[in-house]
Design a protein around this ligand. Structure first.
Ligand code: FE2
Length: 326
């Protein structure tokens, strides 16, 4: 395949920019807040469920930033590790409902399950019950912003009749004690069918807790996910893969894979170190992502807990990625 053909198919991104090193060329700046009126706004945040100061600071900044936008948010994409430690229903009030102000975050929070949202091998003895409690809270409180219709599901924005974006939520908890063998099989069958279905949306994103690729210093790429879902991300027109788990902010472009890979794990839990690479941008810092999407392009901004824009890029329908402010 020639470079021109590859660019057309979206398989190669701006490799010139990649090799020039995004890390060294970018400086913190004020975020963009004005966008085309026909688009939709989203925030994404992961690894927040501590109830402590850092979560409060990021939550307050998400609210403040959303208040500067010229249109309301369509959704907050909640990327998992929603509650660290033991969970009971009383925590949903202080650690979710009141944590994320309704002032400017008055939209559905579509959430996936992280490893800490299951129990035994991590920080609680609750096992699968902990995940079930989060599903139940959504069912029992349909007026809450907390939305978790299932462990895996698809949701379309602004609506299923004329969708601009389809978001596929997946559960990546393949470890012992988390998803059951039946669930793993059920999700796989569902995903294969979902990707075969007619898709009226211009853009399709995948949301799950675990990064497939990561420049986290200790954790690196997830070989299990690369084997399980990697082939689907080479052959399907998926423009964003959003995850958390690694407690930092990252944007990576990986040769031969369609999506832009975002790690947004800076929601409140102690941050993890990153190692710079030619694949993109990474930083050990608290923060969140803002995504604006319209018929022509996606704009993504990585924003820290002080409201500064650390990194931003646009992506067009052909898959071409342009780093902003570089
Ligand atoms: Fe995690």
């Amino acid at each position: 395949m020639t470079r021109r053909d590859a660019l057309k198919s979206g398989l190669i991104f701006s490799t010139g920019l990649l090799s020039a090193g995004w890390q060294s060329r970018l400086h913190a700046a004020e975020p963009q807040t004005s966008f085309s009126k026909k688009g939709l706004h989203f925030l994404a945040v992961g690894d927040y469920g501590t109830g402590k100061e850092a979560q409060k600071k990021v939550a307050a900044q998400m609210n403040q930033f959303a208040g500067t936008l010229d249109a309301p948010l369509s959704s907050v994409l909640a990327l998992g590790d929603n509650f660290y430690g033991m969970l009971d229903e009383a925590r949903f009030g202080p650690h979710f409902e009141q944590m994320y102000s309704k002032q400017h975050l008055d939209c559905p929070f579509y959430a996936c399950l992280g490893n800490h949202d299951y129990g035994p091998q991590y920080d609680s003895k609750q096992g699968r019950v902990k995940a079930d409690m989060q599903l139940d809270y959504a069912k029992k409180n349909p007026n809450s912003r907390w939305k978790m219709p299932a462990k895996w599901f698809a949701v379309e924005f602004p609506n299923p009749v004329t969708p601009l974006v389809k978001i596929i939520y997946l559960d990546g908890n393949f470890a012992e004690g988390a998803m059951t063998p039946q669930e793993k099989l059920g999700q796989k069958r569902w995903l294969d069918e979902e990707l075969k279905k007619e898709n009226k949306a211009k853009w399709t994103w995948v949301v799950t807790h675990f990064p497939m690729f990561s420049d986290d210093t200790k954790r690196k790429d997830n070989q299990g996910l690369i084997k399980n879902w990697g082939p689907l991300l080479k052959t399907n027109a998926i423009s964003l893969y959003l995850s958390g788990h690694d407690h930092n902010l990252q944007h990576l472009q990986v040769q031969d894979y369609q999506p832009s890979f975002l790690v947004s794990g800076g929601g409140g839990a102690t941050t993890y170190e990153t190692t710079a690479s030619a694949r993109g941008y990474s930083k050990q810092i608290f923060g969140f992502n803002h995504i604006h999407v319209d018929e022509q392009k996606i704009t993504v901004q990585l924003i820290d807990a002080d409201g500064k824009r650390l990194h931003a890029f646009e992506r067009d329908l052909g898959g071409k990625v342009k780093v902003l402010g570089a």
